[in-house]
Design a protein around this ligand. Structure first.
Ligand code: 5AD
Ligand code: SF4
Length: 467
């Protein structure tokens, strides 16, 4: 088994990145070797995303490329894991390039599936048959065991930072969204398992954890004597030595536990004052068609409350433009909401009908591609102006950042660049900060003084590395 080399490519959200890290750790534990190069690999795994058609198209074109490679490397094993594997199942297995199809709930089986595919030279399928049924105990137990066994040995994508899943699945059924159909119903993980995992991560040098859930603020675990919420998990995590920053994504705008969660944020310096809370639209008509359970005014009221409880909070959101039936008037309502919300950052997506979702089945994709593109561009422009204004307030201030690594793009111009390597870091409120430093401070906290600002980036000078 030792000689088998696996290459993993990952698409999609943070949940998927975490799965990729866990799968990599489990493969290493099982005796496989990981490789960065496809040419070197005996096995190629693709961890896939189904959230928009574009994400799936990229995987399909990648598979076309692998089919081509297989003409000269017929023994190459190709596995598709993740959301697209669950959505398409057997259909994907029929693709000429594909040997293994493995859904997100079956990743604990991945080593066995690879071994079987190699040994028996046959195609392997492992997906959940009826994904909306609550998972049988043995499935949840297998996932729990897998998560605990692999979480600590995983190679972190960013040094000193780790993702920690606190719940799986989603029960919200926004009409556009594929997630409930590929990740199943909500299951909150036991608080003790989460806390034990974070303690081990802290012992191994993790300084920041990001708690993950599709609607992370829906976390709820009944332990008999007490029902735990996200507020409880945040408070318990804040007590763990070594953990300095705690973030959590992503939040569904809801009353439940909202004040409790924000109060923990206000009380604990470790809980970062950052709230990612997608609005998706500013039009009440569209919000209703999306099955979002709020109006634009109610949502803005919620943000106001968040700012009362945590005055320094930074808020971010996602929006979908071009949802079926979205008129200019609806879109203008979204622009208005973005202007009022004063987000630190916005992510904007063009509506993409996903097979089997309520909007795909019941509503025609009426908004032309050019209009979706124009609205996307316009909304980003509106946000850019706000981000620019908010970032300008940082000029001259000293902020604490956690260094992520060398900056990929050269950001500083020649006059500002002192020749030292350029580092990229993040603030507690999730802003990217670029600065020069003699030492490699990756994975460490530092204090930097902001010298220049742009809508998406802050530029700084190192004042002191902290530790
Ligand atoms: N089309 C476009 N964007 C979508 N999102 C989710 N489903 C779709 C879809 N069908 C966006 C939402 C979500 C983000 C992760 O992706 O804005 O918050
Ligand atoms: Fe993540 Fe959703 Fe994409 Fe799955 S479909 S990888 S849950 S964004």
């Amino acid at each position: 088994m030792n000689a088998i080399k696996v290459h993993i490519k990952s698409f999609g959200c943070q949940m998927n990145k975490l799965d990729t890290n866990l799968v990599s750790a489990s493969l290493t534990q099982a005796g496989f070797t990981l490789t960065e190069s496809v040419k070197d690999a005996n096995v190629v795994l693709i961890n896939t995303c189904s959230v928009r058609e574009h994400a799936e198209q990229r995987v399909i074109s990648h598979l076309g490329h692998l089919k081509h490679i297989k003409q000269t490397m017929p023994d190459l094993i190709v596995g598709v894991i993740g959301c697209m594997a669950q959505r398409l199942g057997r259909e994907l297995l029929e693709h000429q390039a594909v040997n293994i199809v493995c859904g997100p709930a079956q990743i604990p089986q991945i080593s066995a599936l690879i071994a079987e595919a190699i040994e028996n030279n046959k195609k392997e399928l492992a997906v959940t048959d009826n994904i909306r049924r609550p998972a049988p105990h043995q499935d949840t137990d297998a996932l729990e065991k897998f998560e605990s066994a692999c979480a600590v040995t995983q190679k972190q994508s960013i040094p000193a930072q780790a993702f920690v899943r606190i719940m799986r699945g989603c029960n919200k059924f926004c009409t556009y969204c594929i997630v409930p159909y590929v990740r199943g119903p909500e299951v909150s993980r036991p608080p003790q398992a989460i806390i034990d995992q974070i303690k081990k991560l802290a012992d191994a040098g993790t300084k920041q954890v990001t708690l993950l859930g599709q609607a992370v603020n829906s976390y709820q675990y009944n332990a008999g004597d007490k029902t735990y919420s996200l507020a409880d998990i945040l408070a318990k995590t804040a007590q763990i030595d070594g953990i300095e920053w705690i973030k959590f994504v992503t939040n569904y705008p809801s009353e439940k536990y909202f004040d409790e969660i924000l109060k923990v944020m206000a009380d604990s310096p470790k809980v970062c004052p950052y709230l990612h809370i997608p609005a998706q639209s500013g039009s009440d008509r569209i919000l209703k068609a999306m099955n979002r359970q709020y109006t634009a005014d109610w949502y803005l009221g919620l943000l106001e409350r968040a700012r009362q409880i945590v005055p320094q909070i930074a808020v971010a959101a996602d929006f979908i433009v071009g949802f079926p039936g979205e008129t200019d008037e609806d879109f203008n309502a979204t622009v208005e909401l973005v202007e009022k919300a004063r987000y630190r950052n916005c992510f904007v997506f063009k509506y993409s009908p996903r097979p089997g979702t309520a909007s795909e089945k019941k509503l025609e994709d009426t908004v032309p591609a050019e209009t979706k593109q124009a609205r996307n561009t316009r909304l980003l422009q509106v946000q850019e102006k706000i981000s620019e204004d908010l970032n300008r307030d940082f000029l001259g201030k000293t902020v604490r950042v956690l260094v992520e690594g060398p900056s990929k793009k050269p950001h500083l111009n020649a006059a500002e660049n002192d020749g030292n390597p350029q580092l990229a870091a993040r603030t507690a409120t999730d802003q990217i900060v670029v600065f020069n430093a003699q030492q490699n401070l990756t994975g460490r906290f530092a204090k930097v003084k902001i010298t220049k600002t742009a809508p998406l980036t802050l530029f700084a000078q190192l004042t002191e590395p902290l530790e």
